[in-house]
Design a protein around this ligand. Structure first.
Ligand code: ZN
Length: 218
Protein backbone atom coordinates (compact mmCIF):
# COMPACT_ATOMS: atom_id res chain seq x y z
CA UNK A 1 0.00 0.00 0.00
CA UNK A 2 2.71 2.42 1.03
CA UNK A 3 4.74 1.55 -2.03
CA UNK A 4 1.74 2.20 -4.18
CA UNK A 5 1.32 5.59 -2.56
CA UNK A 6 4.94 6.40 -3.37
CA UNK A 7 4.45 5.35 -6.97
CA UNK A 8 1.35 7.51 -7.19
CA UNK A 9 3.09 10.47 -5.60
CA UNK A 10 5.96 10.11 -8.03
CA UNK A 11 3.48 10.25 -10.86
CA UNK A 12 1.92 13.40 -9.47
CA UNK A 13 5.17 15.04 -8.36
CA UNK A 14 7.96 13.82 -10.58
CA UNK A 15 11.35 14.56 -9.08
CA UNK A 16 14.65 15.01 -10.79
CA UNK A 17 18.00 16.26 -9.61
CA UNK A 18 18.04 20.06 -9.48
CA UNK A 19 21.67 20.03 -10.61
CA UNK A 20 21.73 17.62 -13.55
CA UNK A 21 18.21 16.41 -14.23
CA UNK A 22 18.91 12.81 -13.17
CA UNK A 23 15.47 11.32 -12.52
CA UNK A 24 14.16 10.00 -9.22
CA UNK A 25 16.24 12.12 -6.84
CA UNK A 26 16.03 15.77 -5.82
CA UNK A 27 19.78 16.26 -5.54
CA UNK A 28 22.15 13.51 -6.65
CA UNK A 29 25.49 12.40 -5.20
CA UNK A 30 27.45 13.70 -8.19
CA UNK A 31 26.01 17.18 -7.87
CA UNK A 32 26.53 17.11 -4.10
CA UNK A 33 30.20 16.37 -4.76
CA UNK A 34 30.43 19.21 -7.31
CA UNK A 35 28.97 21.64 -4.82
CA UNK A 36 31.24 20.44 -2.01
CA UNK A 37 34.42 21.75 -3.67
CA UNK A 38 36.44 24.17 -1.55
CA UNK A 39 35.29 27.78 -1.94
CA UNK A 40 37.50 29.77 -4.31
CA UNK A 41 38.40 33.44 -4.10
CA UNK A 42 36.94 35.47 -6.94
CA UNK A 43 37.68 39.06 -7.94
CA UNK A 44 34.61 40.81 -9.30
CA UNK A 45 35.11 44.03 -11.28
CA UNK A 46 33.53 46.08 -8.51
CA UNK A 47 35.67 45.37 -5.43
CA UNK A 48 33.53 45.22 -2.26
CA UNK A 49 36.66 45.69 -0.12
CA UNK A 50 36.31 42.28 1.56
CA UNK A 51 37.11 38.82 0.19
CA UNK A 52 34.58 37.24 -2.16
CA UNK A 53 34.36 33.44 -2.31
CA UNK A 54 32.36 31.25 -4.68
CA UNK A 55 31.36 27.61 -4.39
CA UNK A 56 32.01 27.34 -8.12
CA UNK A 57 31.56 28.89 -11.54
CA UNK A 58 28.17 29.73 -12.96
CA UNK A 59 27.81 26.58 -15.04
CA UNK A 60 26.88 22.94 -14.63
CA UNK A 61 25.21 21.93 -11.36
CA UNK A 62 25.80 25.35 -9.79
CA UNK A 63 24.03 27.19 -12.57
CA UNK A 64 21.14 24.77 -12.88
CA UNK A 65 20.57 24.71 -9.11
CA UNK A 66 20.49 28.50 -8.90
CA UNK A 67 18.03 28.73 -11.79
CA UNK A 68 15.86 25.89 -10.47
CA UNK A 69 15.69 27.48 -7.00
CA UNK A 70 15.09 30.97 -8.30
CA UNK A 71 13.00 30.63 -11.43
CA UNK A 72 11.41 27.20 -11.17
CA UNK A 73 10.26 27.31 -7.56
CA UNK A 74 12.40 24.37 -6.41
CA UNK A 75 12.16 25.12 -2.68
CA UNK A 76 13.51 21.65 -1.93
CA UNK A 77 16.95 22.79 -3.16
CA UNK A 78 17.34 25.07 -0.13
CA UNK A 79 18.64 22.10 1.85
CA UNK A 80 21.44 20.93 -0.50
CA UNK A 81 22.42 24.54 -1.26
CA UNK A 82 22.37 25.37 2.46
CA UNK A 83 24.48 22.34 3.30
CA UNK A 84 27.03 23.38 0.65
CA UNK A 85 27.14 26.97 1.92
CA UNK A 86 27.48 25.72 5.49
CA UNK A 87 30.38 23.43 4.54
CA UNK A 88 32.12 26.35 2.81
CA UNK A 89 31.73 28.47 5.94
CA UNK A 90 33.24 25.68 8.06
CA UNK A 91 36.23 25.57 5.69
CA UNK A 92 36.65 29.35 5.69
CA UNK A 93 36.67 29.30 9.49
CA UNK A 94 39.29 26.57 9.48
CA UNK A 95 41.42 28.67 7.11
CA UNK A 96 41.09 31.61 9.49
CA UNK A 97 39.14 33.67 6.95
CA UNK A 98 35.99 33.79 9.05
CA UNK A 99 35.65 34.07 12.85
CA UNK A 100 35.13 30.87 14.80
CA UNK A 101 32.45 32.41 17.01
CA UNK A 102 29.02 33.85 16.18
CA UNK A 103 28.62 35.05 12.62
CA UNK A 104 25.73 36.95 11.09
CA UNK A 105 24.71 35.65 7.69
CA UNK A 106 23.09 38.38 5.63
CA UNK A 107 21.26 37.37 2.45
CA UNK A 108 21.94 39.82 -0.38
CA UNK A 109 18.96 42.10 -0.96
CA UNK A 110 16.31 41.11 -3.44
CA UNK A 111 13.51 43.13 -4.86
CA UNK A 112 10.57 42.43 -2.57
CA UNK A 113 8.10 42.06 -5.39
CA UNK A 114 10.28 39.70 -7.38
CA UNK A 115 10.85 37.54 -4.28
CA UNK A 116 7.14 37.46 -3.49
CA UNK A 117 6.33 36.44 -7.04
CA UNK A 118 8.73 33.54 -6.67
CA UNK A 119 7.31 32.50 -3.30
CA UNK A 120 10.18 33.80 -1.16
CA UNK A 121 13.87 34.42 -1.57
CA UNK A 122 15.84 31.23 -2.31
CA UNK A 123 19.05 32.64 -0.81
CA UNK A 124 17.36 33.34 2.52
CA UNK A 125 15.90 29.85 2.48
CA UNK A 126 19.31 28.31 1.79
CA UNK A 127 21.07 30.24 4.58
CA UNK A 128 18.30 29.24 6.98
CA UNK A 129 18.99 25.63 6.05
CA UNK A 130 22.72 26.22 6.69
CA UNK A 131 22.01 27.82 10.07
CA UNK A 132 19.81 24.88 11.07
CA UNK A 133 23.00 22.79 11.09
CA UNK A 134 25.30 25.40 12.64
CA UNK A 135 24.40 27.16 15.86
CA UNK A 136 27.07 29.85 15.43
CA UNK A 137 25.27 31.20 12.36
CA UNK A 138 22.64 33.84 12.79
CA UNK A 139 20.48 34.56 9.77
CA UNK A 140 19.96 38.30 9.40
CA UNK A 141 17.67 39.19 6.48
CA UNK A 142 18.21 42.90 7.06
CA UNK A 143 18.95 44.22 3.57
CA UNK A 144 16.40 45.25 0.98
CA UNK A 145 16.41 47.19 -2.23
CA UNK A 146 14.50 50.44 -2.49
CA UNK A 147 11.71 51.01 -4.95
CA UNK A 148 12.74 51.63 -8.50
CA UNK A 149 15.34 48.88 -8.66
CA UNK A 150 14.92 46.75 -11.77
CA UNK A 151 15.72 43.10 -12.12
CA UNK A 152 19.39 43.07 -13.09
CA UNK A 153 19.02 40.38 -15.74
CA UNK A 154 20.31 41.69 -19.05
CA UNK A 155 21.84 44.88 -17.65
CA UNK A 156 25.43 45.90 -18.40
CA UNK A 157 27.91 46.54 -15.57
CA UNK A 158 27.36 50.30 -15.76
CA UNK A 159 23.59 49.86 -15.84
CA UNK A 160 23.72 47.50 -12.88
CA UNK A 161 25.69 50.04 -10.92
CA UNK A 162 23.29 52.89 -11.76
CA UNK A 163 20.37 50.59 -10.99
CA UNK A 164 21.63 49.72 -7.52
CA UNK A 165 23.76 52.67 -6.37
CA UNK A 166 22.33 54.05 -3.16
CA UNK A 167 19.32 51.78 -3.39
CA UNK A 168 20.38 49.03 -0.98
CA UNK A 169 19.15 49.84 2.48
CA UNK A 170 18.88 48.42 5.92
CA UNK A 171 15.62 47.21 7.34
CA UNK A 172 15.16 48.32 10.87
CA UNK A 173 15.68 46.25 13.98
CA UNK A 174 18.49 43.78 13.45
CA UNK A 175 19.04 43.80 17.23
CA UNK A 176 22.72 42.88 17.18
CA UNK A 177 25.61 44.85 18.68
CA UNK A 178 27.81 47.19 16.62
CA UNK A 179 30.86 45.52 15.16
CA UNK A 180 29.07 42.18 14.83
CA UNK A 181 30.87 40.10 12.18
CA UNK A 182 28.70 39.40 9.15
CA UNK A 183 28.98 37.45 5.92
CA UNK A 184 26.96 38.50 2.88
CA UNK A 185 25.56 35.55 0.92
CA UNK A 186 24.19 35.66 -2.61
CA UNK A 187 23.38 33.14 -5.31
CA UNK A 188 25.42 34.62 -8.17
CA UNK A 189 27.94 37.40 -8.43
CA UNK A 190 28.60 38.96 -11.80
CA UNK A 191 29.97 42.48 -11.55
CA UNK A 192 30.12 42.52 -7.74
CA UNK A 193 27.83 45.57 -7.57
CA UNK A 194 25.29 44.00 -5.22
CA UNK A 195 28.03 42.67 -2.95
CA UNK A 196 29.81 46.03 -2.83
CA UNK A 197 26.60 47.95 -2.09
CA UNK A 198 25.64 45.44 0.61
CA UNK A 199 29.05 45.66 2.29
CA UNK A 200 28.96 49.46 2.13
CA UNK A 201 25.53 49.66 3.78
CA UNK A 202 26.40 47.09 6.46
CA UNK A 203 29.66 48.88 7.28
CA UNK A 204 27.87 52.22 7.51
CA UNK A 205 25.38 50.61 9.91
CA UNK A 206 28.21 49.52 12.22
CA UNK A 207 28.52 45.87 11.26
CA UNK A 208 31.83 44.25 10.45
CA UNK A 209 31.55 42.56 7.03
CA UNK A 210 34.09 39.73 6.82
CA UNK A 211 33.39 38.61 3.30
CA UNK A 212 30.93 37.66 0.62
CA UNK A 213 30.05 34.06 -0.23
CA UNK A 214 28.18 33.17 -3.41
CA UNK A 215 26.97 29.88 -4.84
CA UNK A 216 28.34 30.74 -8.27
CA UNK A 217 30.59 33.33 -9.89
CA UNK A 218 29.60 34.33 -13.40
ZN1 ZN B 1 22.63 15.78 -10.15
Amino acid sequence: MRRMLHVLLDLVLPVDCGGCGRPGVRWCRHCARDLADAPATVRPRVDPGVPVWALGSYRGAHRRAVIAAKEQGRRDLAEPLGVALGAAIVRLRRWGELPAGPLGVVPAPTRARAARARGGDPVTRAVRAAAAHDRALRVMPILETARGVRDSVGLSAAQRHRNLAGRVRLRRGSGVPRGFPVLVVDDVTTTGTTAAESVRVLTAAGFCPRGVLVIAAA
